[in-house]
Ligand binder design. Structure first.
Ligand SMILES: Nc1ncnc2c1ncn2[C@@H]1O[C@H](COP(=O)(O)OP(=O)(O)OP(=O)(O)O)[C@@H](O)[C@H]1O
Ligand SMILES: Nc1nc2c(ncn2[C@@H]2O[C@H](COP(=O)(O)O)[C@@H](O)[C@H]2O)c(=O)[nH]1
Length: 192
């Protein structure tokens, strides 16, 4: 795919991907653009349709996948998520570096495409801190929280696979993690 290399951000739910991404998109408005995924989960308070996600029904999403409209899709914590070709193209058409926030299944699936992104893993300092962050965020039911913690354990194991990610950032102190993210992306930009 032509143009600057996209960026894939992955890591356990609650590790801080969206927090870091928002800082990046604010500071580098006009450089990076967010690939707006589709999901069947309900919007959280403050989230906007078309900005945070495209919120769709399972039927709509399944039909679009069957129609070949998605680069990748996954089932996560009882809901469907996916990156449409249109979402990536919309960012690239504005000449922005496209950033995808996707789970581990998405990472594995993107590896089979020609997208050729820089793979960044955002990891929490520990499972205990991850659980506290997720609980404090107050977005999950106990059932959803347990599913996410289970997925996080699996994710953290798979993330150790050599070569899976170009960069691994432990998000302990937010500003330090953000500095590392910026360094990695500026470095990645030089290699294209
Ligand atoms: N370095 C940090 N120190 C303390 N709290 C943090 C830090 N980074 C993020 N948080 C907080 O942790 C919570 C989870 O962060 P965030 O929503 O960005 O995670 P996420 O990886 O995007 O999760 P999800 O995959 O579920 O969307 C948020 O309430 C956020 O404010
Ligand atoms: N494979 C994909 N995963 C995605 C996509 N968009 C988001 N995600 C991941 O889902 C979980 C949960 O997100 P949440 O907003 O419900 O907390 C998180 O790990 C995201 O990275 C996608 O298009 N494809």
């Amino acid at each position: 795919m032509a143009g600057p290399r996209p960026v894939v951000m992955s890591g356990p739910s609650g590790a801080g991907k969206s927090t870091l991404l928002k800082k990046l998109l604010n500071e580098f408005d006009g450089v990076f653009g967010f690939s707006v995924s589709h999901t069947t989960r309900n919007p959280r308070p403050g989230e906007e349709n078309g900005k945070d996600y495209h919120y769709v029904t399972r039927e709509v999403m399944q039909a679009a996948i069957a129609n070949g409209e998605f680069i990748e899709n996954a089932e996560f914590s009882g809901n469907m998520y996916g990156t449409s070709k249109a979402a990536v193209q919309a960012v690239q058409a504005k000449n922005l570096i496209c950033i995808l926030d996707i789970d581990m299944q998405g990472v594995k699936n993107i590896k089979r495409t020609d997208l050729n992104p820089i793979y960044v893993s955002i990891q929490p300092p520990s499972m205990e801190i991850l659980e506290k962050r997720l609980r404090d965020r107050k977005t999950e039911s106990e059932e959803s929280l347990q599913k996410r913690l289970h997925a996080a354990k699996v994710d953290m194991e798979i993330s150790k696979e050599p070569g899976l990610f170009d960069v691994v950032i432990i998000n302990d102190d937010l500003n330090i993690a953000y500095g590392k993210l910026k360094d990695a992306l500026l470095e990645g930009g030089k290699k294209t």
